[in-house]
Design a protein around this ligand. Structure first.
Ligand code: VGL
Ligand code: ZN
Length: 196
């Protein structure tokens, strides 16, 4: 079963969004163009409550980009983004989202972030993605989406550790910081992820 996972392709990460990623809109058309190559299309959605710990607005005296440490886990602070049922959490209208078979939600627990589409950042709780894919007998997965050095990377790394043959389609991803993206590419490659 040819399977594609689209990571966090949501308005808040796109042009004009609260956590806008440079040139992110450029991946929408190339993603639309490959959708018909797949038998199964899954999308993840960052899906935060308003009181989520990753929002700097929920920490007095903190600003976007600051980092805090909670229960031993480093947390970058972000602008409010992808709040449940807000327009910023929606797929962009330009995406052929009618072709998506399953949406996996993550980041709902106000006390912990979830960059990966598989597990929260403490690796304590599954989102159900791995169980869903294994039930469908999926063995190989291609990944596209946002952001290269955060949710895309952590999702792909967990994909490998869950035993899936994992590829990332590089023309269909974008990141926040070009240096961090270079490190992310190296890390993904070193873990056996195929970058195409
Ligand atoms: C993401 C920062 C905060 C992502 C999500 O989708 O890469 N980045 N929440
Ligand atoms: Zn988030």
């Amino acid at each position: 079963m040819k399977t594609l996972v689209i990571v966090d392709l949501q308005n808040d990460f796109l042009n004009g969004g609260s956590l806008e990623i440079p040139n992110a809109n450029k991946i929408i058309k190339p993603i639309n163009d490959i959708l018909d190559n797949y038998d199964l299309i899954v999308a993840t959605k960052d899906w935060h409550p308003e009181n989520h710990l990753s929002f700097s607005s929920n920490h007095e005296g903190k600003r976007n980009g600051d980092t805090i440490r909670i229960n031993g886990i480093k947390q970058v602070l972000w602008p409010n983004h992808c709040i449940q049922d807000s327009d910023g959490s929606n797929f962009p209208v330009e995406l052929d989202s009618n072709k998506i078979d399953k949406v996996i939600y993550k980041g709902m627990d106000s006390g912990i972030d979830s960059y990966s589409g598989f597990f929260d950042n403490a690796k304590n709780k599954s989102t159900g993605l791995s169980e869903f894919l294994k039930e469908k007998k999926v063995e190989k997965i291609d990944y596209v989406g946002l952001a290269t050095e955060y949710c895309l990377k952590f999702t792909a790394l967990d994909s490998v550790s869950e035993g899936f043959y994992t590829r990332v389609i590089t023309k269909c991803i974008r990141g926040i910081d070009s240096n961090d993206c270079r490190f992310a590419f190296e890390e993904m490659r070193s873990q056996g992820i195929v970058l195409i």
